[in-house]
Ligand binder design. Structure first.
Ligand code: ASP
Length: 345
């Protein structure tokens, strides 16, 4: 088995600088030199693309990583991407949308503590990620704390615990114990039929609603040239529709051909805009519900959809993109909660 190791940075290979903060300035050069045992799992080749704290990873980096992976798929059985934890869920989501046709694993991993630390989660995560990269699971996965999550469902939930990630709306793809327990919802392999498409439009804005948000601030963003908006709304997708109503801004966005995608602030939720008046008014004004997608997935999918927008316009392209899941990023046909007053069986 052949595995490509793509290094982008993160805590995993950072070295402590005395009493100063962990910083990417002092990376050990080659991870394999630090953990040669990985060669027992596969023949490994390394490409060090960046040595960045993941707070500095930008959409242009996602595209370069995706292009590198795409170019390597014929030559390797799987790819491991080492990445900082802070924005790993964004990169995992972006890679999933940029590489929808996968017939082998692309596994992102990192660690909360550097590999050089005696008590580190890096070794376990790397060994697991390499095992998974040889497993033929055709998904962009995020491997952390003995689990592989679907990358475009994952989110960083904990900045302290070694078990840092979850995918609140989807059970893990794989649990690693004595063996590997592979879930039935792993996607089937998709043959590569299209050339790599790295178009992406980063001119999007995510706004988390809060009581008191002045809608004029959003108007300012629209005027400043935003191409798409992700609104992190309350509960099942509600927005204020009375005092400081968001509805007129949504109307303006539509008339400016700026799509508005609604996710929920609740880590586990399914946006159903028609459930309450506030959401229904938002839907009437053109807002697009993102089902049970994470904010990371909604934001990156919107960037990719906008990058590919055609003469039909941005709103139309976004609407089409969010109608269906591309790579399992949202549940389709989620059972609706029973109507008020209905009796549960
Ligand atoms: N700040 C680091 C990063 O995201 C955190 C980590 O890797 O755990 O690059």
């Amino acid at each position: 088995m052949r595995v490509l190791l793509v290094h982008t940075g993160g805590t995993l290979m950072m070295q402590a600088t005395g009493t100063g903060p962990l910083a990417p300035g002092r990376y050990a050069a080659d991870l394999l030199g630090e953990l040669p045992v990985l060669r027992k799992i596969a023949d490994v080749e390394t490409r060090i693309l960046y040595q960045l704290d993941s707070s500095d990873i930008q959409p242009e980096h996602w595209v370069e990583v995706a292009r590198t992976v795409h170019g390597a798929l014929d030559d390797y059985d799987g790819v491991v991407v080492v990445h900082g934890t802070d924005t790993m869920a964004y990169t995992a989501s972006a890679l999933a949308f940029l590489l929808p046709e996968l017939d082998r694993p692309v596994v992102l991993t990192g660690s909360q503590r550097p590999l050089e630390a005696v008590r580190s989660d890096a070794r376990q995560n790397l060994v697991d990620a390499f095992e998974l990269a040889t497993s033929r699971i055709p998904e962009v996965g995020l491997c952390f704390a003995s689990k592989m999550l679907r990358g475009c469902r994952a989110t960083k939930l904990d900045a302290w615990a070694l078990d840092a990630f979850g995918s609140p709306s989807l059970p893990p793809l794989v649990k690693l114990g004595l063996g590997m327990e592979v879930a039935p919802h792993v996607l089937a392999p998709r043959a590569r039929t299209s050339p790599f498409d790295g178009r992406i439009d980063p001119h999007v804005l995510e706004v988390r609603l809060f009581p008191g948000l002045d809608p004029r601030l959003l108007r300012g963003a629209l005027a400043a040239g935003v191409h798409g908006l992700v609104v992190s709304a309350f509960g099942s997708g509600n927005v204020p529709a009375l005092g400081r109503s968001l509805i007129p801004v949504l109307d303006s966005a539509r008339s400016m051909d700026i799509p508005v995608v609604v996710v929920s602030q609740c880590p586990r939720a399914h946006v159903d805009l028609l459930r309450y008046e506030g959401g229904a008014r938002a839907a009437e004004a053109g807002a697009i519900g993102a089902g049970d997608m994470t904010a990371e997935a909604a934001l990156t999918k919107l960037m990719v959809a906008l990058g590919r927008a055609d003469e039909g316009g941005r709103v139309r392209s976004a609407r089409r993109a969010f109608e269906h899941a591309w790579v399992g990023e949202m549940s389709e046909n989620v059972p609706r909660l029973p109507a008020a007053g209905a009796r549960l069986p």
